[in-house]
Design a binder for this molecule. Sequence first.
Ligand code: NAD
Length: 257
Amino acid sequence: MSLTGKTAVVTGSNSGIGLGITWELARAGADVVLNSFTDRDEDHALAEQIADATGVSARYVKADMSKGADCRALIGAAGRCDILINNAGIQHVAPIEEFPAEKWDAIIAINLNSAFHTTAAALPMMRAAGWGRIINIASAHGLTASPFKAAYVAAKHGIVGLTKTIALECAREPITANAICPGYVLTPLVEAQIPDTMEKYDMARDEVIDQVMLERQPSKEFVTVEQLGGTAVFLCSDAAAQITGTTISVDGGWTAL
Ligand code: NAD
């Protein structure tokens, strides 16, 4: 499948799932724009590595997805956006009555509001190009809840609703919008939850992985970033042209339980 000639913007792509999806889109021939809120040499080096390995054009643009103006500026800086992957996300775990209000605001801003702003900025470019793919990285938590993840669950359910609305607004055009709902992927976001969970349940690292995280995932294996990248490439293909407004779970059976 060739995505040559397309430009993909992937928010939050200097790590984890976003970086994995960016690699797979580049391997399929798309020019890529990487993003995060930092502006370090290693961020720009990631873009160089991808360009060197795949031959596509790749660059890194700093933009803070917690700020609407930055979200829109990212799309403007890309100059073209055929494929938009709304992936930037953060997590915080706490009971509702102890959940810091500023964490709630940050999670809703980065995990949900950013997708509204980038989509609003990207749609005119997609319409001008006569083709577009919007892929929102939701979560199994966009379809089911977990205690202590109120903001994350609310944001992920919200992005599923946003995805359906975009799909309906674009239904008569060659522009699709879908959400990928991953189960557990061993990225820095998940790694960061392990020490607190070890302490909370007095468990070793392996026990947290087996008995808390993969307990919910019938495959008993982490999803990989390459598998999610492959799903994104499929959603960009002609075979997926009529797939719109839906969620694709890549979760080892989590939401089948
Ligand atoms: P990660 O921490 O490796 O990646 C998060 C990315 O978001 C990083 O590139 C980070 O720099 C970026 N980011 C954070 N704040 C930002 C901001 N203000 N502006 C711009 N970029 C920002 O975590 P990940 O697991 O790869 O998460 C990526 C997405 O996948 C998130 O939306 C997350 O909710 C979702 N997800 C992850 C899992 C999992 O198990 N890891 C499961 C389901 C969904």
